[in-house]
Design a protein around this ligand. Structure first.
Ligand SMILES: [Zn+2]
Length: 223
């Protein structure tokens, strides 16, 4: 059981089993009745078609099955040591991601760490043309990393699990992880964003070749 210390996790106190409404349009992804326990979900790896499709809008962010999905995604992300996870990565093609910016992962441009956050139906907007080169990993490409050009600053909007609007501006690692997760909702994996595939490879080889990388703060990040 994860600790429910942040505002975003307060719903974890819910202990009632949640039967899925039979008529729910989301039923095909959530068969049966959910038990109360959280679950570690299987992560789709690159090559699975669910990672290449555009995910669908979520009509009701407050639906119990969406809450359950987000809860399981958070547990899966934390179990894997990731900084973010998008629903298609757990075989659910819906527009939702979770992320966190731990204090040790902040870089230049971050205003502050960010507690675990759930964003439903996100929309991104670049604030300027500045780019950064981000060394990224992905839970769907285990053991690999690559240098990916990303917007340095952005604004994003979406909804929380309570249906309330979310609006935030982000720089630094916060901006990078949000762009990475958002891409998953459009079927884009980070190698598809890369311009120089010489900067792509297995972690062990890259570390061996360059023991003192230029951007260490993003090196060990899986998203
Ligand atoms: Zn990823």
């Amino acid at each position: 059981m994860q600790k429910a210390s942040s505002q975003n996790l307060s719903w974890m106190a819910c202990t009632k089993a949640v039967p899925l409404p039979h008529a729910s349009p989301l039923a095909k992804w959530f068969p049966g009745t959910h038990a109360v326990e959280m679950a570690i979900l299987k992560i789709a790896r690159m090559g699975h078609p669910v990672l290449l499709q555009r995910a669908a809008e979520i009509p009701d962010p407050t639906a119990p099955e969406i809450r359950r999905l987000a809860q399981d995604m958070i547990e899966t992300m934390e179990d894997a040591g990731g900084a973010g996870l998008a629903a298609p990565q757990v075989h659910v093609p819906l527009r939702l991601f979770v992320f966190r910016v731990a204090p040790h992962r902040t870089i230049e441009g971050d205003a502050a760490p960010v507690a675990t956050t759930v964003v439903v139906n996100p929309v991104l907007e670049r604030l300027d043309e500045e780019e950064v080169l981000s060394w990224e990993g992905c839970l769907s490409l285990p053991g690999m990393r690559g240098a990916v050009p990303r917007g340095a600053r952005l604004r994003y909007r979406g909804q929380g699990l309570d249906g309330a609007p979310i609006t935030a501006e982000a720089g630094g690692f916060h901006a990078i992880v949000v762009q990475h997760e958002y891409d998953h909702l459009d079927g884009v994996l980070y190698p598809m964003r890369m311009r120089d595939h010489r900067l792509f490879g297995f972690n062990e080889e890259l570390i061996r070749a360059a023991p003192a990388p230029a951007t260490p703060s993003a090196q060990d990040t899986s998203r």
